[in-house]
Every structure is written in C-alpha cells, then in structure tokens.
Design a binder for this molecule. Structure first.
Ligand SMILES: Cc1cc2nc3c(=O)[nH]c(=O)nc-3n(C[C@H](O)[C@H](O)[C@H](O)COP(=O)(O)O)c2cc1C
Length: 186
C-alpha cells in the first residue's frame, strides 16, 4: 500500500535523495604542490580490485593535479571535522595551502605521493585505473591500492550531503535485516 501522495519532482534535483555519501576529502600532489578538495559524488564500482568512481569538476584546482599525477588519497572525515570539510570545499587550492590553512597533518603514504590527512578516520591510497570517462564526464575511476583505517571507534560517524547546504550525520546502526541476505551477498 503506497504510504503517501507523491508529486512531480525536478529531475535535476534527484541528487537530494541519491547522494551516496559519505562526504570525503580528496588529497592530491603534483610536483611540489599538494591540495585537498571535498567530494560527495563518488561510487564503489568493484570489490576486488577495489574500484571507486569519482566526479572531479574540471574547474577544481585538484583536477589537473590528479589528472597529471594519476593518483590521489580518498580520506574519510568524521562529524567533528564537518565545518572544515565545508570550508575546504568552498575555497581553491590555487590561492592557499589547504593543509596549513586548515591545520591538517599531511602524512606519507606507502603507494602514492599524495599526502594522507592524519585527522581523518580512514585514508585510501588510490591510483588511476581508468581515465576513459574523464573527458566526457570528469569521472576518474581509481583503484584503492592501500587502505589505512582507525581501529576505534568501530563504526565512524560520517557526514552525508543532501545538497543545498543540508547534511545528514550518520546515526543508528542496525543488523536487523542481516538474516535476509543470502550467504555470499553480505
Ligand atoms: C559538501 C560538498 C561536496 C562536494 N562534492 C564535490 C564533488 O563531488 N565533486 C567536485 O568536483 N566538487 C565537489 N565539491 C566542490 C569542491 O570541493 C570545491 O570546488 C573545492 O573548492 C575544490 O577545491 P580545489 O579547487 O582546491 O580543487 C563539493 C563541495 C562540498 C562543500
């Protein structure tokens, strides 16, 4: 039984419901320059190798650093970093060094030259796996080649973007529907 009346909704705004989150910080490096951008438009594309599709606007300073270096780090911030995450996503690395401006700690990775952000809960070192969609969609398909994840808390409180300046913070966790999965589909 349908639960509510639905009305026509503008397709350009379906992102308000489909944005996957969590919001991440993408760090990059090319030659002597490093940078950070905020990103909500990403999606998992494969388990193993772990592929992640990322839409990085060509207007962003990060775009060329990533296109040229063919690497980045996807960093997972938690709710305590929310204001910083928004500020990072509202300025350009063209004008400032975002690590020093926002008091973030660059850490050395093992597989890529792009710096990890020490304050983030997890850091995923990525190498460009497929640039076939960059020209048409600004979508980079990365392979996560190394993952660093904090041991505690077990489930991080992440930040999710609904668009138009509205956020959702991760909340209740449940295994209520776990038994409905077929073995191997978990
Ligand atoms: C919540 C949030 C989500 C964002 N998601 C994306 C995204 O998915 N892709 C993108 O290209 N820019 C996104 N942006 C915008 C960039 O983070 C922003 O343009 C940033 O200033 C780029 O930095 P840069 O020019 O130093 O690379 C987002 C910004 C915010 C605040």
């Amino acid at each position: 039984m349908p639960t509510s009346i639905k009305k026509d909704f503008p397709t350009y705004n379906v992102r308000r419901f489909l944005e996957p989150g969590p919001i991440v910080l993408v760090s990059s490096a090319h030659k002597r320059q490093t940078n950070i951008m905020t990103m909500g438009w990403h999606m998992m594309m494969e388990f193993s190798p772990a592929l992640v599709g990322c839409l990085i606007s060509g207007a962003n300073h990060s775009f060329e650093l990533i296109r040229k270096s063919r690497q980045c780090v996807i960093n997972l911030p938690t709710t305590d970093l929310a204001a910083t995450v928004v500020r990072i996503g509202n300025c350009s690395g063209c004008d400032i060094d975002k690590f020093s401006e926002f008091g973030l700690t660059p850490e050395v990775g093992t597989h890529v030259r792009a710096p990890l952000i020490g304050e983030c809960y997890a850091n995923f070192e990525c190498r460009l796996a497929d640039s076939g969609w960059v020209k048409k969609y600004n979508v980079f398909v990365f392979e996560v080649v190394k993952a660093h994840v904090a041991t505690s808390p077990k489930l991080p409180k992440t930040i999710h973007y609904r668009g138009d300046g509205e956020f959702m913070l991760s909340g209740e966790e449940t295994r209520r529907w776990r038994k409905l999965f077929r073995p191997g589909m978990l």
